[in-house]
Design a binder for this molecule. Sequence first.
Ligand SMILES: NC(=O)c1ccc[n+]([C@@H]2O[C@H](COP(=O)([O-])OP(=O)(O)OC[C@H]3O[C@@H](n4cnc5c(N)ncnc54)[C@H](O)[C@@H]3O)[C@@H](O)[C@H]2O)c1
Length: 328
Amino acid sequence: MRVAVIGAGRMGQVHARLLVGAKGVSGLLVADADVDKAKAVAKGLGADAAVDAAHAIESADAAIIATPAETQAFLVKAAVTKGCPVFCEKPFGENLSEARELATLVDSAGVLVRVGFQRRFDYGYHAARTAVLGNELGKLYLIRLQVTEQGLPPSPKTNLIRNTAIHDFDLLRWLSGEEVVSVYAAGAQRGTSEFDPRLDPDTIIVSVRLTNGVLAAVTVSRMSPLGYDIRAELVGSWDHVVVGWTGRTPVHSVERDSTTIGTNPWRSWQGRFEEAYRKQMCDFLDSVAGGNHSFGAGVSDAVKAHCIAEAVKLSLVRGEPVFLEVRS
Ligand SMILES: NC(=O)c1ccc[n+]([C@@H]2O[C@H](COP(=O)([O-])OP(=O)(O)OC[C@H]3O[C@@H](n4cnc5c(N)ncnc54)[C@H](O)[C@@H]3O)[C@@H](O)[C@H]2O)c1
């Protein structure tokens, strides 16, 4: 199949690179609003550059949309209305109402659309989920999800909740098999005083309650001094497991017997999730080819993640817990 990658920035370049030589891919097209960038990326990979996104979609059997959130709805619509299967990077539209509108369109068109929540394909997160759903932890007491990354993104807004924490909101549901009932969030701006900490924090703590009564704590910050630190911890009555606690965890332990932590730390999501991005892309290609054993995120998962993100934003502004409407 011929695959078009639309958006040749940081994420699009990762996807394009992983598509070269991937099973079932006979041709690769790269498109970007910046045509010179598309040409340069395509040339580096031995792929073709398209003049624009419309031409790329027109001549592709599947489209990978890796453009900023604000441009995703338009591009997803263009592909879906032509019957072209889509892999769209998270967050899947600018906000909840756009995600809902897209989900309705996708459902009525009956076209395959997956959303880029690659942590589902990470070895450690997958093992933790298997343990929870297989009842290997016993009665679940507590979930802790945490991310600290380095540096503000190039955009004028941090958009920490919609662009980064949204991964954790998807994970909460996916790891636990439960829905989110309520959120209570606090935010701070520690890296720059430019933004209002209630509207655009660089650091958040969210207290979450799930449908089975389990409490979860989600902490996300852009302010890591040592690297890309991403972890999950699940405490049950029989076992207590952790994801992301390895020799590459960018944490400096001050204990005498813990010298292995923090060596050769992960610097960014590109390296930390390389294997997961690859598996996610293979899973998508397999689904386009007719496979039906995916555990990738669908459009309804993306809508639910947006719902949680909007509730977190509301909680920050109001300074109080926000309850979500949980539909069975
Ligand atoms: N899953 C993950 O771990 C992960 C990590 C980073 C980014 N992302 C997501 O990937 C998407 C892109 O992020 P990024 O960091 O690569 O951004 P980026 O700014 O590095 O790249 C975006 C590219 O899209 C191009 N573009 C913008 N509008 C376009 C349009 N209408 N048509 C064609 N090209 C267009 C830009 O010119 C740019 O080259 C975002 O949705 C982001 O949230 C996901």
